[in-house]
Design a binder for this molecule. Sequence first.
Ligand SMILES: [Zn+2]
Ligand SMILES: [Zn+2]
Length: 323
Amino acid sequence: MKDDEKRPGGERYAEDAEASAAREKEPGENGAERAAEGEARGGNGGRMARAKGVVKERGRLRESVAALVSRAGKAVRDAVYPEDITCDVCGAELVARTRYNLCAACTEEMPFITGHRCLNCGLPVNDEADWCMRCMNTESVYLANRSPLVYEGKARSLVYALKFGGRKYIARLLGAMMSDTFLSCGMEGEIIVPVPMTEKDEKKRGFNQSELLARDIGERLNIPVLPALSKTKDTAPQKELSGRARRENVKGCFSAAYAEYLAGRRILLVDDVFTTGATANECARTLLSAGAASVSVLTAAVTKPRLAVEKGEDGAVEVFDDL
Ligand SMILES: [Zn+2]
Ligand SMILES: [Zn+2]
């Protein structure tokens, strides 16, 4: 404290400190403090009172420096282990940077597709098979579908949360996975076209999830996104229909614009779920008629084909936009 008093302007500093310390006291304490102060102002005691203020102020400084250091420490910690980033599936805080916004447990349970795939729909098949059961007798005009996920378990929860829970940020997670699939499967695409909804349906939901996915993928892969397709015909829910009936039902319900941009281009069609491929096929047919050179399909998840006998027995309520 002696050092402080010797320092030029030290007294002034001490008085300021005293005053500010007094301002922060409770009213009761304040009165007593002021009385003691007045008494002390006379002689040696005045110095003591002022010194008391300096000590107090130093204490406060120490506290605020400690708070500052702790805040800085938190900032550094946050930069390395972002506290505000949570798992997109279960909400658990992520303790380390990950490729996707998923905790270790959800990553483990996420039905990622690895290994040998069906040449047409991209579903995992055993090493000897070229096609899955669904695609064995199906002809398609698109080159192939590829998806990072099988549509089950946690993948289904993700798509549901995006489409029906309005959690649009999930498009970023799925978009990251889909971009990785595009690259790892050596897919082609000069223009990305999202699968459209009818104007009425999109208004009802507030967004088209396929377009959100397309935009995210386009940004990541630096491929232009062109909403060239529109769905002009409303279709009734067709979840009970077989693949062939679904194909009949989507016939002629899309139309293509921007033919001058599509002409001679390799198109990447983007959708959320690949179910029977009826929608993808009809979109591809429309794009090819408009002059596109080829159409590849990239979806977030592909469903497993279900045997007719299994239908309705699992009790699951399924809502597919893919007819
Ligand atoms: Zn999780
Ligand atoms: Zn297949």
